[in-house]
Design a protein around this ligand. Structure first.
Ligand SMILES: NC(=O)c1ccc[n+]([C@@H]2O[C@H](COP(=O)([O-])OP(=O)(O)OC[C@H]3O[C@@H](n4cnc5c(N)ncnc54)[C@H](OP(=O)(O)O)[C@@H]3O)[C@@H](O)[C@H]2O)c1
Length: 296
């Protein structure tokens, strides 16, 4: 199958590109500032560039990973956030529909307010910050183009990183290695999710769609181990051989854009289709930081 992956230079897009390529699909990836080998440069803020790319590639499926995803950045730049997260999603969806391609649009657990977990795909969203609002709006515009498309919501991601500050999980290890030991958020519960697990889920979703053409709508995928960022830091302390009593928890909400306290995603829709993979966090975290730890 010919598959177009937008944002293929990003944290998730790289894993998706690799997983789909390795499994025999003909994959074309887009990037913006990091156009490495085999990636096409497409500015997602230029509708004509999106339309031209999709028309040229003529994919059977589009996996839309490109986005701006840092809540504090989105909070301070709503205009750019709207263009990249909402308008681009609409243009990608429109171009995909014109090419008669199926679309998987990546969204986030931040569409929920975190007061009533776990959240099923049909639970009422109530985003607390500009990032979550933009992603919820992106879901709406994608579904407006075609009810046949799929929205895949995922929570906090980590995996193979180009630098430790690329993921909101591995940045915790970066801080510990830099001697910054706290205070570390111990208020919000997160379910760190490996990018390769999400990539496998996307591959399985594409396989499933070929067997069940009626499949569409909102799906959730998530790791199954709850941690606060302080809890993740304790795991990194074990991995890095840093005494745990040197790190300090912060039990009040973190500064910056408001975040949900616990936006745990209910994954039973995909589990019931035998779709899913969950890397144990300690294993995934060890592998993710290994290239950055001295002597290895
Ligand atoms: N990371 C998380 O913890 C997390 C959690 C939940 C949901 N998500 C969702 O998962 C998806 C992927 O996120 P990610 O973590 O992989 O993000 P990321 O690492 O920041 O990657 C963003 C991608 O978007 C591309 N991009 C940015 N601006 C662009 C522009 N103007 N034109 C074209 N491409 C542009 C980037 O290209 P260049 O790098 O080449 O410039 C990069 O490939 C997003 O929908 C995000 O909302 C992420």
């Amino acid at each position: 199958m010919k598959i177009l992956v937008t944002g293929a230079s990003g944290l998730l897009g790289r894993a998706v590109f690799s997983e789909l390529s390795c499994c025999g699909h003909n994959v074309v990836g887009t990037a913006w500032s990091r156009t490495g080998e085999g990636l096409i440069k497409v500015n997602m803020m230029e509708p004509a560039e999106i339309a031209a790319c999709v028309a040229r590639v003529q994919p059977d499926c589009v996996v839309h990973c490109a986005a701006t995803r840092k809540p504090d950045v989105c909070e301070h730049d709503p205009e750019q956030t709207e263009r990249l997260n909402v308008d681009a999603a609409r243009h990608v969806a429109t171009a995909a529909a014109e090419a008669q391609a199926w679309m998987i649009h990546i969204s986030t657990d931040y569409v929920f307010d975190g007061t009533n977990p776990p959240y099923a795909p049909d639970a009422a969203p109530n985003p607390l910050n500009a990032y979550g609002q933009s992603k919820l709006e992106s879901e709406r515009v994608v579904c407006e183009v075609s009810a046949d498309f799929c929205i895949l919501r995922v929570p906090i991601l980590y995996g193979q990183v180009e630098s430790l500050d690329e993921s909101p999980v591995t940045v915790i290890a970066a801080d510990l290695l830099a001697g910054k030991h706290g205070p570390i958020d111990n208020w919000a519960t997160r379910y760190p999710t490996h990018t390769v697990d999400v990539a496998v889920v996307i591959r399985q979703l594409i396989d499933h769609k070929t067997k069940d053409p009626a499949f569409s709508g909102i799906c959730h995928w998530s790791g199954d181990e709850p941690f606060t960022k302080f809890g993740m830091a304790q795991i990194f302390c074990d991995i890095l051989d840093i005494p745990k009593d040197t790190i300090t928890p912060q039990d009040t909400p973190p500064p910056g854009a408001p975040r949900p306290k616990n936006s745990h995603l209910d994954c039973t829709r995909l589990e019931s289709l035998n779709i899913g993979r969950q890397t144990p966090f300690a294993q995934g975290a060890t592998e993710a930081i290994r290239p950055f730890v001295g002597g290895e």
